[in-house]
Design a protein around this ligand. Sequence first.
Ligand SMILES: *Cc1c(COP(=O)(O)O)cnc(C)c1O
Length: 491
Amino acid sequence: MAAEPSSFSIKPGESTESTAFRSALDVIRAVEPRVADAIGAEIEDQRAQLKLIASENYASPAVLLTMGNWFSDKYAEGTVGRRFYAGCRNVDTVEALAAEHARELFGAAHAYVQPHSGIDANLVAFWSVLAQRVESPALERAKVRHVNDLTEQDWAALRRELGDQRMLGMALDAGGHLTHGFRPNISGKMFDQRSYGTDPATGLLDYTALRETAREFRPLILVAGYSAYPRLVNFRIMREIADEVGATLMVDMAHFAGLVAGKVLTGDFDPVPHANIVTTTTHKSLRGPRGGMVLCDAELAEHVDRGCPMVLGGPLPHVMAAKAVALAEARRPDFRDYAQRIVDNASALAEGLLRRGASLVTGGTDNHLVLADVSGYGLTGRQAEAALLDAGIVTNRNSVPQDPNGAWYTSGVRIGTPALTTRGLGVREMDEIAGLIDTVLANTRPGTTANGAASKASHVLDASVADQVAGRSADLLAGFPLYPGVDLGQS
Ligand SMILES: *Cc1c(COP(=O)(O)O)cnc(C)c1O
């Protein structure tokens, strides 16, 4: 298959995709036209937006179409070949294919493709490790094979033990994720948690401090992975630290799985050979359907496979089928070009911002995202996010390390390149986008509150500047049509 500049663009004039989506919308319109209209409006919105949200992407028409069919009707609790429901042979086919593609693509011993999302994949991982390291030894001590065979007393003791384990994860303001042991998420209620962070001087992960914390705290699980850290993580060092303190190393690669799949992150920076268990989403840089996945070593496999019904609802066969399609796409050589272009684009964006005087957390990026500290513009993250949106640029606000404005207003804006790279934009466009971002932020002032003080929430941006930037971004996007093969016949 030939590599295309925008990797799922099709030849002009070819209309298979248009026919497929138009027909689907006709079928939907006959039942609830407002839904058909909203679907049509959504592609228009997405086409019009300069999407720089680091966690979003555009899945291929093949992936999208795979999700809309009768696979959705099947119950398939269990695993391939071992179902609790009859009639699952076709589900077996697609689930086995998705798992095979995942194992081959990532070089993993085992792949579990049932999780419905990244958060679900993390829950499966936590409970698999608890099953392996807390529950199984308790069953052995009691000389029984199943939890149902434990005495009431042993069961009560085991439940207390399961609820009294320690987790060490990356601090939220350093770029970690809520599901890595923070109180608002169930992981924080399940585990006694401590976090590790970055060096205030450099913004880089502080492995020395992390090692000290790990030695003292001795977690059951060491979690690595992030959603807002613009640099690489050395997973070989992470594994060394985990081994030293008897922890299981779990890596949540939800954000950067596409860079692993595309062999941009290799050696020490590829989590799969180093971690005991790896979780991911399938819809971020990996560019598949919304969903999650767990990869693990052979020892954890039997526990991971019990994810449903342990913490997951019944598997979604239509989504597992779409995962198989997306992973097949990610195994093609052109996906490696795609992954490299994501990183090249992020570097170009970072350089463009730095050249114009912006301040970036860690001074740059090695991956798919840039974290701009907007306090130099006199703005909060919330004001910057809203001002950029006025000009048609979609980003999201994010804390910076030791953020003085807290997690709601924040001082940062997170900017990622996977989506626009899918659209085909390159380093030249990224430099121009850096200019547009700088123009918006330099022309935005904080609004004032009722008593005249500077607001952290509202902002003032000249409509003429917003319009001028929006116009330029529309011109830029016009050169890179989104879903070029999909013409719904609307204006
Ligand atoms: C996005 C993300 C998740 C959650 O994924 P969902 O599919 O939204 O549940 C989990 N972990 C990390 C690190 C993420 O970035």
